[in-house]
Design a protein around this ligand. Structure first.
Ligand SMILES: [Zn+2]
Length: 130
């Protein structure tokens, strides 16, 4: 039985051993580099989103605590899908953090921006009481 196999990198039909996946080392290296760079790009892109989110909260929240509209954050490019941690208070309110900067979604499309004293993004005692 002949199973047609193709090089995973360039698609050239392969002959020889059944477990052969590439024409040669060049194709193998090219393929592996591509894989690595794709996963690296994914990580880098998400890191960039998180850093941008953090910077946006930092810019909008110079005093440590402020209420802003969700729209204003979106206009600056904030991506609500990405955060580094979240914290739920006993009252059931959920804060989302991008590193030490966080926000609490409020009614009327507003958000409360906060800053945690701990770099881990864990909320501090002062916030827990609110
Ligand atoms: Zn090839």
């Amino acid at each position: 039985m002949i199973v047609e196999r193709k090089c995973l990198d360039c698609g050239t039909p392969l002959h020889g051993r059944a477990d052969k996946k590439f024409c040669n080392d060049l194709c193998r290296n090219n393929f592996n580099n591509q894989l690595n760079s794709n996963s690296y790009n994914l990580v880098r892109n998400i890191n960039n989103i998180l850093r941008r989110n953090r910077r946006i909260i930092e810019e909008l929240n110079p005093t440590g605590k402020i209420k802003v509209s969700r729209e204003k954050m979106l206009q600056k490019g904030f991506d609500f899908d990405y955060f580094t941690s979240s914290y739920k208070t006993q009252a059931g309110a959920r804060y989302f953090f991008c590193y030490e900067y966080g926000y609490l979604p409020l009614d009327n499309d507003e958000v409360l921006l906060v800053k945690s004293k701990k770099e881990s993004g864990k909320i501090n005692d002062d916030l827990q009481r609110n």
